[in-house]
Design a protein around this ligand. Structure first.
Ligand SMILES: [Zn+2]
Length: 403
């Protein structure tokens, strides 16, 4: 009886709100962005459910996570839009936007907007210095307000979209859970509810990455030498369900099995990374030619990856692969190569006239999350270059100092 009364009140509240939001992120669903976590509709601590009575949320999650593919896509700029016209109530900017840490930082860089109908929306984890609006600005529905980032309490670049009605968190997707009356979605066009297995991206690399490095989607390689000591295959995808099994078979050019690895999922994962690798072949023992990895889920083949093994002396490596490079503050550079540098690598800073200003060895630098933090001396405004050399590979990056 009590439950029925509560449900009746929800009907009354919900019926006052019509479908009025647009989707607050640019691009296509399941191509450019993915719905990973919805609002936790179970108010008790320790349990959770989404608006479909399913598990695409986590305990106490108060918004909807529109997750993009990776940091490379974030770097290219993914626009966030105002879901509805209104007035900017608050903004916060200036926070580091490449977080992979789930433990602190709150909303990071964010915008909140007050709307008619006692609605209020929050757009969180935005890219640093990407906010296009100020407190008090009027915004139109669909207006570009900032870029997706990974600032604050975020492990992957995504937009956390939060909606309040009369000061209370609501789920813009409504409620379709059979134990409660149905509340409608607030979206004019509601994104599809998806929980299907799919692959987002994959690739081979010649080192063992950390999970955070996989989040960068390392530049793929398709050719390795027979002296590479590690060949690692990674996959990034959606929706492994409880009880799913996987098996990965590494096959030699003649088709025979070199190594296989399998396991069973005892937890569901909506957004996942996995990797399998072969390592330590004694020099010249890997057969030359085209190798394959066959990937099975619940015994059906879902992916075949292939790579070539060539003799060591035919691999000409000259460019040092770089994940990203940025100026972190006016005198600090962040340099993140694909693979950690060896101890005898050299990092040199040059002026635009080619004069060397300063140089470092990797062990002289602060190193965290596979990023080298280079603190520069005070320099006049202008264009400069960072050159990094490691064995026979090198990379040159330009940057600008402004005062
Ligand atoms: Zn979230």
């Amino acid at each position: 009886m009590k439950q029925f009364t509560t449900g009746f009140i929800i009907i009354l509240c919900a019926s006052r709100l019509s479908a009025q939001f647009i989707v607050p992120i640019d691009g296509k669903q399941n191509v450019d962005w993915f719905l990973v976590n919805y609002v936790d509709r179970d108010t008790s601590i320790g349990s959770f459910r989404d608006h479909r009575c399913e598990d695409l949320t986590y305990d106490q999650h108060q918004g909807t996570d529109f997750v993009i593919r990776d940091f490379r896509q974030m770097d290219s700029g993914v626009k966030v839009f105002a879901a509805k016209s209104g007035r900017v109530y608050y903004t916060h900017d200036g926070e580091f936007d490449r977080s992979t840490q789930p433990d602190s930082g709150g909303y990071g860089n964010f915008i909140s907007i007050g709307h008619s109908d006692s609605l209020y929306t929050i757009y969180a984890h935005l890219k640093k210095y990407s906010l296009k609006v100020h407190i008090g600005d009027s915004v139109e529905q669909g207006q570009f307000i900032g870029y997706v980032g990974s600032s604050g309490r975020a492990t992957d670049p995504h937009l956390h979209f939060e909606v309040y009605h009369n000061g209370v968190i609501i789920d813009p997707f409504g409620d379709h859970c059979p134990l409660l009356p149905v509340a409608p979605s607030l979206f004019k066009t509601t994104p599809a509810y998806e929980n299907e297995f799919a692959i987002i991206d994959e690739g081979f690399i010649n080192y063992l990455p950390s999970l955070n490095r996989l989040r960068e989607h390392p530049a793929p390689r398709t050719t390795f030498s027979n002296t590479d000591t590690t060949i690692f295959f990674w996959l990034h995808g959606l929706s492994f369900h409880y009880g799913d099994t996987v098996r990965y078979e590494w096959r030699k050019p003649d088709g025979s099995l070199w190594f296989q690895y399998g396991f069973r999922y005892d937890t569901a994962f909506r957004f996942w990374y996995m990797g399998t690798y072969i390592n330590g072949p004694a020099k010249n023992t890997m057969d030359l030619g085209s190798w394959h990895i066959n990937c099975y889920r619940n015994d059906s083949l879902f992916k075949i990856g292939s790579f070539g093994i060539v003799p060591n002396n035919s691999v000409a490596a000259t460019t040092l692969p770089v994940r990203y490079f940025s100026t972190y503050s006016n005198n600090e550079l962040l340099f993140a190569p694909e693979a950690d540098l060896s101890t005898d690598a050299a990092l040199e800073v040059f002026s635009i006239t080619g004069a060397m200003i300063t140089q470092f060895k990797p062990n002289q630098l602060y190193f965290s999350n596979h990023e080298y933090h280079i603190t520069l001396p005070s320099l006049p405004s202008g264009t400069y270059f960072l050159r990094v050399e490691d064995h026979n590979q090198s990379s040159t990056q330009s940057f600008v100092i402004t005062k």
